[in-house]
Design a protein around this ligand. Structure first.
Ligand code: FMN
Length: 235
């Protein structure tokens, strides 16, 4: 199995230790890791060049592309991050913003459609749900149907080594059981949700196609849908 991990912190703390246990249990044949904010792109400037021309012309392409390529090449995409102010950390959101060009609404990559993703989060004690949703929503719109999540409340503190052995053992047991769910991974089936989003976007591109006069310039998004055989030029 090929696995990419996008770490939402460079700290070798709680998130890191939970993720290390996950990888130790999973033992993927190939592992690629990124650590944010170090490997994160700078904030999207809103230039829209990715949408209008090509993502290769994005000022942050050199940072975004290695992560995107690793996601495309992996069977399992793992996001491991701490909860910051009840949400995903800002540098993670910055990466997700740059991936918007590959959402169903623009130029989805069919390689994403049968992938599986895992989200591992932890907080001091706040609910992890909204922070997980930030990433899950992006993954669904990128075409990933199967997204499994696990979240923890550290409760006793935010320094991993200061958390009691008993509690850390309990975390370890849960993370190992979670990792076991990804062993012998098969291609994911398209979920109703991603099928629905795809259908809506197909209607949108078909309408754009009908409204584009013969001989007029076709948008790069529309051309992508035509090239993939999802719509015909006649709509
Ligand atoms: C900027 C910042 C914001 C945080 N916000 C929350 C929060 O809203 N709720 C919470 O329970 N923990 C919060 N935490 C704690 C983290 O979720 C996490 O438990 C802590 O940073 C330890 O993780 P680490 O060892 O992986 O860095 C925050 C931490 C930071 C640095």
């Amino acid at each position: 199995m090929k696995c990419v991990v996008i770490n939402g912190t460079e700290q070798k703390g709680c998130t890191y230790n939970l993720k290390e246990i996950f990888i130790d249990e999973l033992k993927p044949e190939q592992l690629t890791e990124f650590y944010l904010p170090k490997d994160a792109p700078a904030y999207c400037t809103g230039c829209k060049t990715c949408f209008m021309k090509s993502e290769t012309l994005c000022p942050h392409y050199q940072k975004v592309n290695p992560i995107w390529q690793a996601m495309l090449e992996s069977d399992l995409i793992v996001f491991a991050y701490p909860v910051y102010v009840l949400r995903a950390p800002g540098h993670l959101k910055s990466l997700l913003d740059h991936l918007g060009v590959h959402w169903f609404a623009h130029r989805p990559d069919p390689k994403m459609f049968d992938k599986t993703a895992a989200i591992i989060t932890q907080s001091i004690g706040a609910p992890n749900r909204s922070a997980q949703k930030d990433v899950e929503t992006s993954l669904n719109w990128l075409g990933v149907s199967r997204v499994k999540k696990i979240g923890f409340g550290m409760m006793e503190g935010v320094i991993w080594d200061e958390i009691s052995k008993k509690r850390r053992n309990r975390f370890e047991k849960k993370v190992r059981a979670f990792a076991n769910r990804f062993k012998n991974l098969r291609s994911a089936k398209r979920s109703l949700k991603t099928k629905f989003i795809f259908k809506m976007c197909k209607i949108m591109q078909s309408t754009l196609s009908k409204n584009t006069l013969p001989g007029a310039e076709i948008s790069v998004d529309l051309q992508h849908w035509i090239n993939n055989g999802w719509i015909t030029r006649s709509g």
